[in-house]
Design a protein around this ligand. Structure first.
Ligand SMILES: Cc1ncc(COP(=O)(O)O)c(C=O)c1O
Length: 376
């Protein structure tokens, strides 16, 4: 049956994505490629349409977090190089090899399992060797790598297509950690080369690294957040000219004329001090509109900023629209992104919520349909 959806949606502006990609390209050194990070459903923007749009812009390298995310892209017809940052868990080896997916390889046991499966299938297992240069999360530490190298050289069904690490503090341009990580990264790459292993690709930088800490020795960088219009950190606003890609919008479902003294929403945490007009929108915390916005959120209606009143509910939020006398049922309200020259970016939300724009975007729920504005 065909019926219109609830009027709440996230508009995904693929032209803005291309603009942000061009920004990322401005920072890559000659010959360097961008390995675009489209994990977590492209940070909530929709992995398949985003990857397709990036592919149209000439991108040939992509990264996701899990095997499932990678298979979703393969099933949608994306046959470009695909790195799975979360690695290959026991039992996933055949799926990785048959679908030509490259796991980040960060432990010996996985290397052995991939070798055995690749031998059984008569195929190669391509991997990106991941080292811990200071992130303190996953990856071979220098001593572990040194100890593993003799065995790694014997694993002839493994192809070391890439060598990678991840930066911990690149968003802090004054931190000494990044230079130390770069040094350790180069040192471990040197160990590999001394053992006759030359990976085709070498990559370290995320968005912050790419735009803040250029690296000549790398063949690629791995930007994520900057593609979606989020700053890697507050210090990057001067150097990056990014556009929001996601615009979260909802239409007024009801207008209430409330007399002074009325309590609004759960707990009556807001009480009208004067007669007011309240607009009710069909979106709530179940859609990723954070409950911490209770009594302090803002939105854009007809070019005016309107304040959220009362508690955010699971499926509804309310705004004081008294300053917009011609507000009407069906009017479009912008909660995240821009409209009429006003905007609330992912970074604005993040600052108010005490988090990062990454989480803001990822939390916009599955219940919110994505509508795509074409890349051209
Ligand atoms: C290993 C790895 N590389 C690259 C990225 C992209 O980072 P950013 O979104 O900060 O550019 C991430 C994201 O968390 C990551 O985990």
């Amino acid at each position: 049956m065909n019926y219109p959806p609830r009027p709440t949606w996230a508009e995904i502006d693929l032209k803005a994505l291309r603009h942000n990609l061009d920004q990322a390209r401005k920072f890559s050194l000659p010959g360097q490629r961008l390995l675009c990070v489209v994990k977590a459903d492209a940070y909530g923007h929709g992995a398949v349409p985003v990857a397709r749009a990036l592919e149209c812009c000439g991108i040939t390298d992509f990264a996701v977090a899990t095997l499932e995310e990678a298979l979703e892209l393969r099933e949608a017809g994306l046959y470009q190089k695909l790195l799975v940052l979360g690695g290959c868990f026991p039992g996933q080896e055949e799926a990785f090899i048959r679908n030509e997916l490259m796991p980040a390889l960060f432990d010996e046991a996985t290397a052995e399992r991939l070798q055995a499966e690749a031998m059984r299938l008569g195929l190669k297992a391509r991997v990106h060797l991941k080292v811990d240069s200071g992130m303190g999360r996953v990856g071979f530490l220098p001593d572990q790598l040194q100890a593993f190298l003799p065995r790694l050289k014997e694993l002839d069904a493994l192809e070391i297509s890439g060598f990678m690490s991840h930066l911990a503090c690149a968003d802090d341009l004054a931190s000494g950690v990044t230079a130390a990580q770069q040094q350790r990264f180069d040192g471990m790459l040197g160990m590999l080369r001394e053992n006759g292993i030359e990976p085709a690709d070498i990559h370290l930088n995320n968005s912050a690294g790419l735009s803040g800490w250029g690296r000549e020795s790398c063949t690629m960088a791995r930007p994520g957040i900057m593609l979606y219009g989020g700053l890697p950190g507050p210090e990057f606003s001067d150097r990056l000219d990014l556009q929001p890609v996601m615009h979260l919008r909802s239409c007024i479902a009801q207008l209430r004329q409330l007399p002074a003294g009325s309590g609004i929403s759960y707990g009556h945490t807001f009480r009208a001090e004067r007669d007011m007009t309240v607009a009710v929108l069909p979106i709530g915390y179940a859609d990723g509109f954070n409950r911490l916005f209770s009594n302090c959120g803002q939105a854009i209606l007809k070019g005016q900023v309107i304040p959220l009143v009362g508690r955010v509910c699971m499926d509804w939020i309310l705004f004081d629209v008294s300053p917009v006398p011609d507000a009407a049922i069906g009017d479009c309200v912008t909660l995240l992104g821009s409209a009429d020259g006003e905007s609330f970016t992912g970074d604005d939300w993040a600052e108010r919520l005490g988090t990062i724009s990454y989480e803001v975007f990822c939390r916009i729920g599955k219940r919110v349909p994505r509508r795509y504005l074409p890349v051209k």
